[in-house]
Design a protein around this ligand. Sequence first.
Ligand code: HEC
Ligand code: HEC
Ligand code: HEC
Ligand code: HEC
Ligand code: HEC
Ligand code: HEC
Ligand code: HEC
Length: 304
Amino acid sequence: MYFRLSIFVKLFAACLLCAAMCVGQYAGAAACGTCHKAEFAAQTKSGHAKALAPSKPEQPGQWAFGAGNQAVTFLSRLNDADYLEHGETWYRASGGFDTTPGHPDKSGLRYRVFDPSAGILKCFACHTTGPLQVSPQGEIQPHELGVRCEDCHGAGGAHAANPAKVKVPNRGPMTGAAMNTMCGSCHRVQSSVEDGSNLLDPWNSRHQPLLLAASVCFQKSAGKLSCVTCHSPHQALDTNQAAYNQACSGCHLKPKHSGDVSAQACTTCHMPAVRINANLAFANHRIAVYAKGDALTPVTATKP
Ligand code: HEC
Ligand code: HEC
Ligand code: HEC
Ligand code: HEC
Ligand code: HEC
Ligand code: HEC
Ligand code: HEC
């Protein structure tokens, strides 16, 4: 719950133009890094830390969203009330530009800053840390770029000033469900597309908490399986599939297979990549047995 709230607080802060009071509680990653050097060094290299940056001179627009592992989408401020989400996104798969996901064509989508759905503020809320502000000229001003320490640990200004006395709000072990809620405040527990419950819609493969929760592994492991069983929260994504074998072995010492499967990593067959289109693919977090050629529909292989 706390984390859903934190996104809400960000938007609320933006609306009220609340400044110093909220900002004061956030220390920023660099301050955390003065004591937690290892976490800071690793986290700075992660996709999280790079989820938002100002556009580089060779890039279009004002803001570059996305670390570029799969894609980078650009935003520009048009005037006192409007932003433009550019209609062309850069994709790693092709090394070039093509239509932005969800756009009908390449002309881009205009957003009002204070639209009731807060569409553009939400982009910044999930890709930054701490409260957003909006200047009187309608310019969105993030507090800290990227997903950094206090998005997950909560505002830590008081802890940073006096760690012996004040604990950082979010620490210690969490159940799988609690972790899903926390990571899901951005990665989404539910889909934003038409049918959020349709696990067979390829677009929902981006929503890892939704799919993980549908796994037998998750449902039958009494809260022990969580996002951090496989992903260190401070490291960049490991794309070496063999790296995940150990996480599986933690619960499946001797899985029963009808043939020899040792030539491939566990995830190749049980968390296959779902290709959404030519440019985007996501690992299916609904761990299950899949038939070759269908990365979405689990086969009930073990039961009649
Ligand atoms: C001046 C040094 C200092 C700064 C700055 C600092 N911390 Fe800490 N932090 C500590 C110490 C010392 C502990 C261990 C004390 C404890 O267990 O409560 C700790 C504990 C923690 C823990 C719990 C670790 C565990 O094993 O349970 C987390 C999480 C944490 N800090 C995050 C942060 C974040 C996020 C920031 C920035 C907002 C931050 N810290 C800033 C010194 C610091
Ligand atoms: C404040 C929003 C937010 C929260 C909270 C959050 N994430 Fe993310 N996460 C993002 C965004 C945005 C990206 C996309 C970064 C990019 O552009 O590649 C991302 C990317 C990732 C990646 C790929 C990173 C890489 O280096 O390529 C992993 C893995 C991930 N998140 C796991 C988690 C886990 C696990 C948690 C909870 C412990 C979590 N995230 C919490 C927003 C968030
Ligand atoms: C609810 C939180 C949330 C909102 C709102 C949001 N993002 Fe993201 N964004 C994420 C997460 C989480 C990821 C990582 C997805 C993944 O790779 O699994 C991501 C990834 C991305 C990526 C990298 C490519 C990809 O699909 O992985 C781009 C580009 C991006 N977002 C742009 C935007 C833009 C532009 C907006 C506003 C129109 C926006 N995002 C709104 C959470 C959000
Ligand atoms: C994506 C969410 C997320 C972000 C961002 C994040 N942390 Fe953490 N952090 C966690 C989680 C979850 C744990 C608990 C890990 C576990 O239970 O295995 C943790 C654990 C810790 C710990 C305890 C020791 C350890 O490494 O397990 C410290 C200290 C810490 N974080 C500091 C930081 C600092 C400093 C930053 C920023 C540079 C940061 N964290 C960014 C989620 C995050
Ligand atoms: C925290 C423990 C845990 C982890 C980690 C874990 N699983 Fe499981 N998994 C389970 C449990 C419990 C079951 C249910 C076993 C049963 O009902 O006999 C299960 C069931 C399965 C099944 C059968 C699914 C079905 O539809 O019947 C497969 C396949 C599987 N796991 C593969 C994996 C793979 C591959 C990984 C690593 C990517 C993994 N698991 C990680 C606990 C875990
Ligand atoms: C059982 C292991 C496992 C668990 C648990 C797990 N992941 Fe993953 N995750 C993977 C694997 C494997 C990949 C694919 C890595 C690659 O790209 O090679 C992946 C990739 C990702 C990515 C990159 C985009 C994608 O989908 O390919 C994100 C973001 C992510 N995971 C977030 C999460 C979040 C959030 C949770 C908790 C809800 C979670 N993961 C739980 C194994 C796991
Ligand atoms: C080449 C594809 C492939 C690879 C690689 C693979 N599996 Fe399987 N797995 C299957 C298939 C198919 C089944 C259904 C039973 C059968 O036909 O062998 C299965 C069944 C299972 C089951 C359910 C049976 C049981 O023992 O309860 C588990 C758990 C499992 N695998 C875990 C793993 C783990 C852990 C790894 C990595 C060490 C792994 N698998 C590697 C294809 C694979």
